[in-house]
Design a protein. Structure first.
Length: 255
């Protein structure tokens, strides 16, 4: 996993990314690569080759230094908190953040994102943990625009987006019929835009967790009943926080 904070006031300045290598045990036994193909020692990662066989490793450049490493004995909740907590703290200050979860097929990315897994111990996934970390810093119940105006107080607006992309097809996982149609992709001057994405405004922490579960259920449905190739799919989960003064309308924010 790689996490980086992006300051909107310093877009032209290179940002430092922190890289965490996590040798998780979430993948069901017998699926994907073996678990002992890398060796972790402090911040160093050594590729050993498949099943620990040095003959299958790269002939050169198989040692890497990263920010931190976590072995299979580390709980996914502990790893997620170390990555997500600093980004949540940055988000409430108006600084953008990004987490990339990368790995080969069978390495546990799906289970890390949506929860579950063979030795998860009740692991609920990175998406729900991102919500938990953010609401540690904000009220669990958000006042409506009318309530904030009546009290003459500012308010926070949090929006969630949860998308799935597979072979140039994009589905909005927060739409109940996401399996029935793909979002239209538009070529815009600043890049490709998915038209029709729903940015659900979060009313409370419980509402946010409910939407996370809805998105995960939609993802599982796409994989199980609609022949989606999970190996070629990618998910995009976004939380956007906007600070509004009393009486102001919602607009853009940090994400």
């Amino acid at each position: 996993m790689a996490g980086v904070g992006l300051d909107p006031e310093q877009q032209s300045i290179s940002e430092r990314a922190e890289v965490t290598v996590y040798q998780n045990t979430l993948t069901p036994s017998g699926r994907g690569i073996e678990k002992n193909d890398i060796y972790l020692n402090g911040p160093k990662v050594v590729q050993l080759g498949l099943d620990g066989d040095p003959s299958t490793a790269a002939s050169s450049g198989n040692e890497f230094t990263v920010t931190t490493t976590d072995g299979p004995s580390e709980r996914p909740s502990t790893v997620a908190q170390s990555v997500l907590a600093p980004l949540a703290q940055a988000l409430v200050r108006g600084v953008n953040g990004l987490v990339l979860c990368l790995g080969s097929s069978g390495s546990g990315k799906t289970e890390l994102l949506r929860g579950g897994g063979t030795t998860s111990g009740g692991w609920d996934g990175m998406c729900e943990r991102a919500v938990e970390e953010l609401y540690q810093l904000l009220p669990e119940e958000m006042p409506t625009a009318e309530q904030a105006q009546a009290l003459n107080k500012p308010r926070h607006v949090i929006n969630m987006r949860f998308l799935n992309s597979t072979e140039e097809r994009v589905q909005d996982l927060l739409q109940s019929d996401c399996h029935a149609h793909d979002l239209e992709l538009l070529d815009e001057p600043h890049g490709v835009v998915a038209n029709g994405v729903v940015a659900g405004e979060l009313k409370s922490k419980s509402h946010a967790l409910q939407l996370c579960k809805q998105g995960v259920a939609s993802l599982q449905s796409l994989q199980r009943y609609h022949a989606m190739d999970a190996a070629s799919a990618a998910c995009l989960f976004t939380l956007t926080l906007t600070h509004l003064p009393a009486g102001a309308a919602a607009g853009g924010g940090a994400g």
